[in-house]
Design a protein around this ligand. Structure first.
Ligand code: HEM
Length: 279
């Protein structure tokens, strides 16, 4: 069903999960019963569908286009009249720029604690990207049959703990004085985005029947997105935990939309700037 047909259709057929007693696998025992929704529940269904399917495409395309335009505008800007070079000059400027970008020697020297959390965060973030890609049906970094995400929930710990540190360090002087509301908002957005992801991943990895959707269920949802089927994710994601997935995806969509205008853009600019400084 295409998504416009879905949005216009009423009433909607929705899956309900019947979860068995504790100790058994909640997902495999979930049975689907068709329930027709009306009124507020119907509105909620349509809002959730819009977040889970069309908004994901919109956010990703918007993010990509804005990053490309951003980079083009930087490349087209007149060269700055002063040099950005740092001294002493390195014999291997490209290697030095790579080292500056990925090992942050200045931060390590002056703020070792911040450096430790930055390294944990960035390494975990790379693994997190791989973990999300691994949910796609054609990519198998860990066995397809596993119900867990890559890292069995530890990748989530690796991004979430540093985020608490990054947020709380902003409450202390002198960082508080140079912090603007956008800094807090961005960190709070990413923190809650990760916490909702963690809830799903930790529920699956660390409890017998903690979260009723597994990696295989998410894989069917991702497959629908990748193949542009515009199918209702509710048909493959059973149970009331669905609302948590929707909140996670909503926060992710907002994250993608604000990314090109936020400090996160440094992910794309750090290496080129370091190359300029080492030129
Ligand atoms: C539209 C984009 C996204 C979708 C559809 C999505 C979906 C999911 C799903 C289904 C899981 C649980 C997987 C499982 O337990 O098997 C998950 C976990 C997670 N997600 Fe996302 N996600 C998205 C974007 C993001 C972004 C942008 C971030 C962070 C900036 C993020 C952070 C996390 C975290 C921290 C976990 C838990 C990882 C772990 O514990 O190892 N997600 N996500």
């Amino acid at each position: 069903m295409n998504f416009i047909t879905f949005l216009l259709s009423a009433p909607i057929v929705k899956n309900m999960a019947t979860v068995t007693t504790a100790g058994t696998d909640a997902t495999t025992s979930a049975t689907a019963a068709a329930v027709r929704h009306t009124g507020l529940a119907l509105v909620l269904d349509k809002v959730e569908y819009s977040i889970m399917v069309p908004m994901v495409y919109f956010a990703l395309i918007f993010c990509l286009a804005a990053i490309i335009l951003h980079v083009i505008s930087i490349l087209r800007a007149p060269a700055q009249p002063y040099s950005l070079r740092i001294f002493p000059a390195s014999k291997r400027p490209k290697l030095a720029a790579l080292a500056d970008t990925f090992t942050m020697p200045q931060v390590r020297k002056h703020k070792p604690m911040l450096w430790v959390f930055l390294m944990i965060f960035h390494i975990s973030f790379l693994l997190l990207i791989l973990g999300h890609l691994d949910i796609l049906p054609n990519i198998s970094l860990i066995p397809e049959a596993s119900r867990d995400m890559l890292g069995r929930g530890l990748v989530g710990v690796g991004v979430t703990l540093p985020l608490f540190y990054f947020l709380f360090r902003r409450f202390r002087s002198p960082i508080r004085e140079i912090t603007v509301p956008a800094d807090y908002l961005l960190l709070i957005l990413i923190l809650f985005l990760c916490l909702f992801g963690d809830m799903m991943s930790w529920g699956n990895s660390w409890t017998a029947s903690g979260f009723v959707m597994t990696k295989q269920d998410f894989s069917q949802y991702f497959n629908g997105l990748a193949q542009f089927t515009f199918a209702d994710p509710r048909l493959v994601l059973p149970g009331s935990h669905y609302h948590f997935v929707v909140i996670h995806v909503l926060l992710a969509n907002i994250f993608f939309i604000v990314l090109p205008f936020s400090k996160v853009i440094h992910a794309f600019l750090a290496l080129p700037i370091n190359l300029l400084r080492r030129k």
